[in-house]
Design a protein around this ligand. Structure first.
Ligand code: URA
Length: 202
C-alpha cells in the first residue's frame, strides 16, 4: 500500500509518541534517569535508500538524532562521496534507545524495538536497505527471508541481496558499521568502495 506524504509523516509521529511512552522497554528507566531521548530516525520519508544502524550512542540519545557523533561524521563523509546528504536518505537504528555503556543489543531488545523498525520500512518503502553493522544485517536478512544467505559481515559487505516486500522488490546491502574506521585503518577505503556500489540506486 502506498501512503501520501501526510500519512507517512503522521505514521512516524505515532511511532515517536509510542516510543516516548515505551515504559515496558528495559531501556526506558535508563533513558529517563539520563534525560535521554528515544531516537526515531531522520531523513526523507520517500527515500530510495534506508540506512539501519544498531542503537543510539550517547550523542544520539542526548539529541534524539541518529548518527550525530563520531560514527555519524563517517556516515556523512560516505554519503558525500556519492553526492548524497542526509535529507536524500532515511537513517535509523534497530534499537531506538541507548543501551548502557554502548553494549550490544540484547535479543529481547531487538524483538521489542524492531517492531518500530518494521513499521518504518513499511512507511518509507525503500528500494534499498543498507545495513550498518552485523546486528542490523542479521535482523534484516532474517526479516526478508534471506537467513540462508547469512554469513560473516566480512564476507557479506558490499554485496546485494534481492528480496520482495508487499510494495515490490528490495535490495539488501550489508555494510560495515562506520565505527569500524576508528579501530581498523584500512576499513575506510573498503567502506568508500562499498558506498560507490550504492551510487546506481541514487
Ligand atoms: N551507532 C549506531 O549504530 N547508531 C547511531 O545512531 C550512532 C552510532
Amino acid at each position: 500500500m502506498s501512503h501520501t506524504l501526510e500519512e507517512k509523516f503522521e505514521a512516524m509521529v505515532k511511532i515517536r509518541d509510542e516510543l516516548l511512552h515505551l515504559t515496558n522497554s528495559p531501556l526506558y528507566s535508563y533513558r529517563i534517569a539520563n534525560k535521554y531521548f528515544p531516537v526515531v530516525g531522520e531523513g526523507s520519508h520517500t527515500a530510495k535508500i534506508m540506512f539501519i544502524g544498531e542503537a543510539p550512542g550517547k550523542n544520539e540519545a542526548e539529541t534524539g538524532r541518529p548518527f550525530c557523533g563520531k560514527s555519524g561524521k563517517i556516515l556523512d563523509e560516505m554519503l558525500e562521496s556519492i553526492q548524497l546528504n542526509r535529507s536524500d536518505v532515511y537513517i535509523t537504528n534497530i534499537l531506538k534507545d541507548r543501551p548502557e555503556d554502548n553494549r550490544d543489543p540484547k535479543p529481547e531488545e531487538i524483538a521489542l524495538y524492531s517492531t518500530f523498525l518494521d513499521r518504518q520500512i513499511e512507511i518509507v518503502q525503500p528500494k534499498v536497505i543498507a545495513t550498518l553493522g552485523r546486528f542490523s544485517m542479521e535482523y534484516i536478512l532474517n526479516l526478508f527471508g534471506l537467513k540462508d544467505k547469512l554469513s560473516t559481515i566480512s564476507e557479506m559487505h558490499g554485496q546485494e541481496f534481492i528480496s520482495t516486500t508487499n510494495y515490490g522488490p528490495v535490495v539488501i546491502f550489508p555494510l560495515y558499521h562506520p565505527a569500524i574506521t576508528s579501530y581498523n585503518g584500512g576499513s575506510k577505503t573498503v567502506l568508500l568502495e562499498d558506498f560507490q556500489k550504492l551510487k546506481k540506486y541514487v
